[in-house]
Ligand binder design. Structure first.
Ligand SMILES: Cc1ncc(COP(=O)(O)O)c(C=O)c1O
Length: 460
């Protein structure tokens, strides 16, 4: 970092507040200022190049130099930079994008509601579910079940869904007793000795069943889940898990909300994580790769049955009393539409299916590294979990900050990755990554792991 008084770094420290950052440490350390990008590579203000191994925040699917998206934004900005979707207004990009999303979505989906971020989409889903159950004359049916380690965002309602302690500590959450969390589907961490993957899935589905029964099915509205958990450590569900959980939810008239904010648009090899794990959602939320993150946009996708109920209720109330100034922003919608066209024309899904076996092979090989307890993933997403003792799975002390040490060494080797809770390191490159770049990613990560293994005290 340059320490010159007028440098970008000095001005960042002087004026900018950063989320998910130790603000006091930031005053000492300063920012990594990213100034450019080309393909899967980004560069900082000192000209150093990095392979962006987390696609920004799991979102830059098409990398950092897709000219078609720049053009799509420019065209729309010149033509009509802003209109909204309140009070019967609409715009061509919003109409085309909604139609396209419905065509791409699981069969039950018939309507799309646009907003700006993953958190907003999940907040909206919760509000609409409460609205829906009020409309159905079930005012008690409001409780929501999520999972520990889940990440669903950080606004007040989405923050209640998120099952990570850091999202709550110091923020006076929970503010509501409507949110419940069940066990994360990590067979590695939560499986019992001798328990098979299927048995583990059955136990977790029974836990959901028992919770719903103990709360009373007429008080439970929805179960919210990422098909593959992302920010909680890339937790890949065990065999049979979602089939078993869905059977429980059906029995109790509990909606399934699929949070596809990371999974959606080919991350797991299929269009949706729901396709990969045989999930039939009632509501689906998506964001991030929807626009390759060139502009902020998200969506709540819903079934016709759900829509019919809220449509009647909006007529009763005079309108659907919610929306966002920038929800369905025409420029963001035009960029999202172009992103979906690129996915189709460039056969992004086929590309992911072609290169992901190599990605998963290189990932799996890391399981042999002395620091790695588990290497897990699907499609082009994965994580390694770092442990002191591979046999007993004993973790390092949190204070040792082993995952941050590894991602720190990755930076030195020109690779950006992200430390995750549970001493994991997340890997989620742009979907356009080539096999040669996958090799560079894993070679650099291996070098970083070797560096850290070399300086850690040996296990007793
Ligand atoms: C699965 C999931 N849902 C929701 C969100 C929240 O999205 P945003 O940060 O756009 O509010 C995230 C963000 O990482 C996410 O990973």
């Amino acid at each position: 970092m340059s320490s010159a008084p007028n440098s970008l770094a000095a001005r960042d420290i002087a004026y900018t507040v950063h989320g998910y950052t130790n603000l006091r440490q930031h005053e000492e350390q300063g920012p990594l200022v990213i100034t450019g990008g080309e393909g899967v590579w980004v560069s900082d203000d000192e000209g150093k190049k990095y392979l962006e191994g987390l696609a920004g925040l799991w979102c830059s699917s098409l990398g950092f130099s897709e000219k078609r998206l720049v053009e799509a934004a420019r065209r729309q900005l010149e033509r009509m930079p802003y209109t909204h979707t309140f009070s019967h207004r609409s715009s061509e990009p919003v109409i085309e994008l909604s139609e396209k999303l419905v065509q791409m979505a699981p069969a039950s989906v018939t309507k799309a509601f646009l907003m700006n971020s993953g958190s907003e989409a999940n907040d909206t889903a919760i509000k609409l579910i409460w609205y829906y159950n009020n409309a159905r004359g079930k005012p008690e049916k409001k409780r929501i079940i999520a999972r520990r380690r889940a990440y669903h965002g950080i606004t007040l309602a989405a923050g209640h869904l998120t099952g990570l302690p850091y999202a709550r500590a110091g923020f006076d959450l929970p503010m509501s007793d409507r949110f419940f969390h069940v066990t994360a589907p990590s067979w590695y961490r939560e499986g019992l000795p001798g328990e098979s993957e299927e048995e583990f899935s059955t136990r977790l589905a029974n836990e959901v069943d028992t919770l719903i029964r103990s709360l009373g099915a007429d008080t439970v509205a929805a179960f919210v889940a990422e098909p593959v958990m992302g920010a909680g450590g890339v937790v890949v569900p065990p065999k049979g898990y979602f089939e078993k959980v869905q059977a429980v939810l059906k029995k109790h008239d509990v909606l399934f909300v699929a949070d596809e904010v990371i999974n959606g648009f080919y991350r797991t090899g299929n269009t949706w994580g729901c396709d990969t794990y045989n999930i039939q959602p009632d509501i689906l939320t998506c964001a991030k790769q929807l626009s390759a993150s060139y502009l902020p946009i998200s969506a709540v996708l819903m079934s016709q049955d759900f829509y019919e109920v809220i449509a009647d209720f909006s007529a009763k109330h005079g309108n659907l009393g919610m929306g966002y100034t920038y929800g369905g922003h025409p420029v963001a919608a035009a960029v999202a539409l172009e992103t979906l066209k690129i996915y189709e024309e460039d056969k992004t899904g086929e590309h992911v299916r072609a290169v992901s076996p190599h990605f998963q092979k290189r990932l799996a090989q890391l399981a042999d590294h002395p620091l790695v307890g588990e290497a897990r993933g699907v499609g082009l997403i994965g994580a390694i979990e770092l442990v002191r003792d591979k046999k007993t799975r004993e973790p390092f002390e949190v204070s040792a900050k082993v995952a941050p040490q590894v991602t720190g060494r990755c930076l030195a080797h020109g690779l950006i990755l992200r430390p995750l809770p549970g001493d994991a390191v997340g890997i989620c490159p742009p979907l356009i990554i080539t096999e040669a770049e996958i090799d560079q990613l894993f070679d650099r990560l291996t070098a970083a792991l070797d560096d850290v293994a070399g300086v850690l005290p040996k296990a007793a």
